[in-house]
Design a protein around this ligand. Sequence first.
Ligand SMILES: NC(=O)c1ccc[n+]([C@@H]2O[C@H](COP(=O)([O-])OP(=O)(O)OC[C@H]3O[C@@H](n4cnc5c(N)ncnc54)[C@H](O)[C@@H]3O)[C@@H](O)[C@H]2O)c1
Length: 293
Amino acid sequence: MTGKIETVGIVGAGQMGSGIAHVAAQAGYKVKLYDLSEDRIEAGIATISGNMARQVSSGKMEDKLRQESLSRITPATRLDELADVDLIIEAATEDETVKRKIFTQLCPLLNPEALIASNTSSLSITRLAAQTDRAERFIGIHFMNPVPVMKLVELVRGIATEDYTFETARSFVESLDKTITVAEDFPAFIVNRILLPMINEAIYTLYEGVGSVDAIDTAMKLGANHPMGPLQLADFIGLDTCLSIMQVLYEGLADSKYRPCPLLVKYVEAGWLGRKTGRGFYDYREDPPVPTR
Ligand SMILES: NC(=O)c1ccc[n+]([C@@H]2O[C@H](COP(=O)([O-])OP(=O)(O)OC[C@H]3O[C@@H](n4cnc5c(N)ncnc54)[C@H](O)[C@@H]3O)[C@@H](O)[C@H]2O)c1
């Protein structure tokens, strides 16, 4: 048995929240997009609008669908505006304290039937679910970045997630034309368990002076056939998110092989978080971007 999803509430209008809003609205769902300030919601909607315009100009979307999709997205400046949604997708900053606070504030406002999903890249779904009043209606729906482009979605059940929740989430994700892999609830699931240690090792390779930013990215693009270098990819993901995932792996698996590289910590402490802040391993204020080391 699966439930009917008509309206989706998205918490966090950053890279991922705006991408999820994009694909959900495009698939016909009504979307309410919430973030901490009107400015951030507006920036998220502007990103969606720009990306949809690009899809139209490249012939991947009809202009009529673009207009209809955008009209299905409503900004929500207060959490209580999400009270009537069928599904919440939490896509706020990768910080367990932030996410826990959101669930504590949100749960009493929601319809008891509503499902809650987290787009967390690494945090325990079981532990997040336990912060809510509905662990059986809680699931991990892990989209990849950029959401409109990437085909994969990882579905992650917490220990208490009911079949009903899993099947409803599965049919929702399939309706977005995505391919599902199911991952068990262990730190960073499948994709990031494999990807992030590789990125962290690339940062160690830079830190230890084995190669420059350019040498490392060129080596992995041309030598391992990766479409993007690992440092370019780290900037794309967001260095704060990369560091959080490495910390979750390090602490969650209690193994020193996941120790976050001190250079990654330094970049995050500097506020050099990658593309989203204009500077990371590359400086995006220049065109083309210039390596920072
Ligand atoms: N970046 C990636 O490649 C990627 C891929 C898959 C999943 N994720 C996950 O998606 C989530 C969001 O990542 P992102 O890359 O979009 O980050 P981001 O920094 O682009 O966006 C995070 C957004 O959350 C908002 N936020 C913070 N606290 C909030 C609160 N209390 N209420 C509402 N909004 C709040 C911020 O204002 C910001 O707009 C994280 O859990 C991350 O691990 C990221």
